[in-house]
Design a protein around this ligand. Structure first.
Ligand code: KIV
Ligand code: NA
Length: 264
């Protein structure tokens, strides 16, 4: 079948249907999530941490993320693949944003891009939308601004909630097709979701959002100390530990390989 499109995404909001998004960074996990019916996959700049081993999202570049994005596109056939624009690849100017987004679309086959920020990146959002590139916004705890926030903490409490609401409306007005709300109080996410005609995608933003996103290593239990908003659906770290120890033990004992796994 065909890929999920931005039209499917807006139709889901009109019908009041909730939907899931997960991150993906390689072809084989993308295939698993695609076959499970996940409609939208995000090649997040969280790759900085979960793929490349950095302690923030700041170090990764477009060059780092393009091969991962291309792999996710090749591994999937139905999901819409959204590429995160990394730190420093769009803030300078609308032209810079357009050049970066075009690389993700031309070199990796991405179907949309995501960038962080509200009114401060509106010229960028408008330039991308004018160029025919679907744009996903991202408000609240925007990890590329961790050095301004002074850590990974809840955003949008009190007065700053009104600022976030204004940013969300501005993103919608500029043509964003969806807005991620990260680590904000549930009542604020509820109000933003009701105020927008485009879907909100929550991560640590409570149950009112139109969609929910998690980093796949978080939901599968690979991340050592996940945030409060993470639900662990599997204990992959423990399962992998047991499996690789079983392999190691059988190699040492000589129990592997047997004739079953041997050519003669
Ligand atoms: O990079 C990422 O994984 C993200 C999601 C958590 C929204 O931006
Ligand atoms: Na991100």
């Amino acid at each position: 079948g065909r890929r999920v499109t931005v039209r499917d995404i807006s139709a889901a909001k009109e019908r009041g249907e909730r939907w899931p998004m997960v991150t993906a960074y390689d072809a084989m996990t993308a295939r698993v999530f695609d076959e499970a019916g996940i409609p939208v996959m995000l090649v997040g700049d969280s790759a900085a941490m979960v793929v490349y081993g950095y302690d923030s999202t700041l170090p990764v570049s477009v060059d780092d993320l393009i091969p991962l994005t291309a792999a996710v596109v090749r591994g999937s056939s139905r999901a819409m693949v959204v590429a995160d624009l990394p730190f420093g690849s769009y803030q300078s100017s609308p032209q810079q944003a357009l050049e970066s987004a075009a690389r993700f679309m031309k070199e990796a086959g991405a179907h949309a891009v995501k960038l962080e920020g509200g009114r401060r990146v509106l010229p960028q959002v408008e330039a991308l939308v004018s160029a025919g590139i679907p744009v996903m916004g991202h408000l609240g705890l925007t990890p590329q601004s961790v050095n301004v926030f002074g850590g990974y903490r809840v955003q949008g409490r009190g007065q700053s909630g009104d600022e976030l609401m204004a940013d969300a409306k501005a993103l919608e007005h500029a043509g964003a097709f969806a807005v991620v709300l990260e680590c904000v109080p549930a009542d604020l996410a509820d109000r933003v979701t009701a105020a927008l005609s485009v879907p909100t995608i929550g991560i640590g933003a409570g149950p009112a959002c139109d969609a929910q996103v998690l980093v796949w290593q978080d939901l599968m239990g690979l991340t050592p100390h996940p945030a409060k908003f993470v639900k662990k659906y599997f204990d992959l770290a423990t399962e992998m530990n047991h499996a690789v120890r079983a392999f190691a033990d059988e190699v040492v004992s000589g129990a592997f390989p047997t004739p079953e796994h041997t050519y003669r």
